[in-house]
Design a binder for this molecule. Structure first.
Ligand code: MRU
Length: 358
């Protein structure tokens, strides 16, 4: 199936070339495909903060390239470049709080720095590490897509109606996508009847990005208001809810885009299976449970305004942009290391003991 999936790769959102990080501006999709070029760590941090690039794996990959850009400038300035580079690590780490892939990628870059041998060129070593992070995410996507599609095939033979939330596709990763990668692989193998895409208020990742990615590939997709999800589960024969993750803790709790938790509650009520798809770089074994995950709050204006136009009464808004789905509402977590059914602390520990594949 791997070759089939590679042949189907279409969209990409991150391009490292000519010594610059090129990002497809996701704020402008689906109307404009504009690429922005970054040549500094601070610029990349700003791109993450303002959501030019978003999605947990894509944020981590971009931050790794941000470290390369920071190192290049610090080395050119001379002096204690390693101490100066710490500022870039901090600025990048402060760009967004919830997706652990950001901190995972920064740690990997720092570890590479610490392993530098005498005579090694720091910049070349850091660049190779960032490229490896990017490439390994792409490979992880392909592996997860195959595992997830097999689960769908195993549990029901006929083409399925699947509901998804937020955007977890090529735009959110270094390759084929996580949850959307599974859905695309399932579609390519005749296992999907229709995809229901939650619009994903307030940033509209579903309406603007997921619908665009799926429609571009000819996958039958219907956009629905987030509030329609339970009704659709009841009336449209949905058999799977498939979502990504921003951080999975040691007990199998999952932080993902706001609205995921209520999907899991509804799915359990309706007997709909609930799959989470994420690379192991999203798993944070340092946190015991989802209660410990920092949840990003964004500006109230994202709710109070639509397209810059005020639509709400003169009130305050509360805008947490992630929530935590407890492990006991999850049927299966799919990672590139393997699949965990009915996750708990023991099973997550076992998974993380398995060898990294990429
Ligand atoms: O705020 P965003 O758009 O960065 O949130 C993205 C999500 O919540 C995704 O579901 C998650 O990062 C998984 S992406 C493969």
């Amino acid at each position: 199936m791997r070759e089939q999936l590679l042949a189907a790769e279409k969209v990409k959102a991150i391009d490292w070339r000519d010594g610059k990080l090129h990002l497809l501006d996701q704020r402008r999709l689906p109307f404009e495909e504009t690429w922005l070029a970054y040549d500094s760590a601070a610029g990349v941090a700003e791109a993450i903060r303002t959501m030019v690039v978003r999605g947990a794996p894509a944020i981590g990959i971009s931050a790794a390239y941000g470290v390369v850009l920071g190192a290049r400038a610090r080395l050119a300035n001379g002096g204690d470049w390693r101490a100066a580079l710490e500022e870039d690590f901090s600025v990048l780490a402060e760009s967004r709080p919830t997706a652990v892939n950001l901190f995972w990628a920064l740690n990997r870059m720092r570890e590479r720095l610490e392993r530098l041998k005498d005579g090694e060129t720091p910049l070349a070593a850091l660049e190779a590490e960032a490229v490896a992070i990017h490439e390994s995410d792409r490979e992880a996507n392909l592996t997860m897509a195959q595992y997830g599609a097999e689960l769908i095939r195993k549990h029901q033979g006929n083409p399925q109606n699947i509901l998804t939330h937020c955007n977890t596709g090529a735009l959110a990763t270094g390759g084929f996508g996580t949850a959307l990668g599974v859905i695309r692989a399932a579609w390519l193998n005749g296992l999907v009847e229709r995809v229901y895409a939650d619009e994903t208020r307030p940033w509209l990742q579903g309406a603007r990005l997921t619908a665009w990615e799926l429609a571009g590939e000819g996958v039958p997709v219907s956009l629905n208001a987030d509030a329609a999800a339970a009704h659709l589960m009841k009336t449209q024969g949905i058999t799977w809810v498939i979502v990504g993750a921003d951080r999975i803790t040691a007990n199998g709790d999952v932080a993902n885009k706001i609205g995921t938790y209520q999907l899991a509650v509804s799915a359990m009520h309706h007997g709909v299976r609930f799959m989470v798809v994420a690379p192991s770089s999203t798993i944070d074994m340092n946190l015991e449970s989802g209660d410990d995950i920092p949840i990003e709050e964004r500006a109230g204006s994202e709710l109070l305004e639509v397209g810059g136009q005020r639509v709400a009464a003169e009130v305050q808004a509360v805008n947490p942009v992630f929530d935590v789905t407890p492990a006991d509402l999850i049927d299966v977590i799919v990672t590139e290391r393997g699949v965990v059914e009915r996750p708990d602390t023991a099973k997550m520990a076992q998974l993380m003991c398995r060898k990294r594949l990429h």
